[in-house]
Design a protein around this ligand. Structure first.
Ligand SMILES: Nc1nc2c(ncn2[C@@H]2O[C@H](COP(=O)(O)OP(=O)(O)OP(=O)(O)O)[C@@H](O)[C@H]2O)c(=O)[nH]1
Length: 338
């Protein structure tokens, strides 16, 4: 296993065997690999690094040793850390680009974090817009638009906090925001059910534009509509990150160990991690990419171009004003001064 820092490329075998999953056939022709860009956002200690490694099934980044008490009063600024991992999922090669955001939410005022992330997302749209307008296309252009933002919610068991609402509201129109309950093993099953309900109530009450699975009523395909209905009912996904891999009856099982027992990361009865992974890298990878292109980017493009058009109309008007002023003056009746 190799530690990843900066822009790194890791290729390693998976630690557990894959179950063949439907839905990925759409992109099987992508020989070079299907690029898929995800961003991880959440406060320090919620398990972003562990999630990244669990998702990639290898040690991409070595988790921190935890905060240093002597440095605890210093709020490190947020950074964007890039990791690239090549994966094979159900016969499909995926180039997974992960943008981690350590330092998010560490300050008292998180406005600058919100702005930085929004600017980052919009800058990727701007690159595509500039590329579209080029006369000669760059054949090596890399589309770095973020297809999904995994937002880690603190497992308080209460409801969404202001920081959660603000962030998801701000970014939901710029990327597919997928909220997850981080470290969900810290809640009892009953607490988890209630917490999920409260979060979904808040999402509806505050009109937060998170990614949702198509409404079964709107789906033609029975198989998809059944799956989407099931996934809708699971939201937000409750995730547990892998601490170690143990051998159980000759097969590797990813777990977290406790004095009272073991949580199996990929067991649907213990955590929604496996379903989320399946959604991201298999069943809904196409939907996430399509929505980024057809809805979110189009919305941004329209806003940007109409904003530019309005700005240039304003500018034109200002430039014309001196002439109009002269014309208006000329049209005015003159008082003849003797
Ligand atoms: N109980 C529990 N602990 C977890 C889980 N995921 C990670 N942890 C632990 O939480 C601590 C922090 O995990 P990290 O993955 O380093 O968290 P992070 O969000 O990347 O934190 P920073 O690197 O400080 O930004 C570690 O001790 C992990 O073992 C989880 O699902 N459940």
């Amino acid at each position: 296993m190799k530690e990843g820092s900066g822009d790194d490329q890791n290729v390693a075998p998976s630690v557990y065997s894959h179950v063949s999953r439907p839905g990925s056939h759409r992109y099987k022709n992508a020989k070079k690999g299907l690029p898929f860009n995800i961003m991880l956002v959440g406060e320090s200690g919620l398990g972003r690094t562990t999630f990244l490694n669990t998702l990639c099934e290898r040690m991409v980044v070595t988790p921190n040793d935890g905060p240093n008490p002597e440095q605890a009063h210093i709020a490190e600024p947020m950074q964007f850390k890039h990791h690239t991992v090549e994966m094979e999922e159900d016969g499909m090669k995926i180039i997974l680009n992960i943008i981690d955001t350590p330092g998010f939410g560490n300050g008292i005022d998180n406005e600058s974090c919100f702005n930085q992330i929004q600017d980052y997302l919009e800058a990727q749209f701007d690159e595509v817009l500039a590329e579209e307008n080029r006369i000669k296309r760059n054949t090596k252009f890399r589309d770095s638009r973020v297809h999904a933002l995994i937002y880690f919610i603190t497992p308080t068991g209460h409801s969404l906090r202001e920081i959660d609402i603000e962030l998801m509201k701000r970014l939901g129109n710029r990327t597919n925001v997928i909220p997850v309950i981080a470290r969900s093993d810290s809640l009892t099953p009953r607490e988890l059910v209630l917490f999920k309900q409260r979060i979904m109530n808040d999402i509806a009450a505050f009109d937060i534009p998170v990614f949702n699975f198509p409404d079964p009523e709107e789906e033609d395909d029975d198989e998809n509509s059944e799956e989407n209905a099931e996934l809708r009912a699971m939201l937000p996904f409750a995730v547990v990150g892998c601490e170690e891999v143990v051998n159980e009856d000759g097969r590797p099982v990813r777990v977290r160990n406790y004095p009272w027992g073991v949580v199996q990361v990929d067991n649907d009865e213990h955590s929604d991690f496996d379903r989320l992974r399946y959604v991201l890298l298999n069943s809904h990878i196409g939907d996430l990419r399509d929505r980024t292109q057809n809805e979110l980017y189009e919305l941004y493009r329209t806003e940007k171009l109409s904003g530019n058009a309005m700005a240039s109309a304003d500018q034109q008007q200002q430039q014309q004003q001196p002439e109009q002023h002269q014309a208006a003056l000329a049209a005015q009746p003159r008082s003849v001064v003797a």
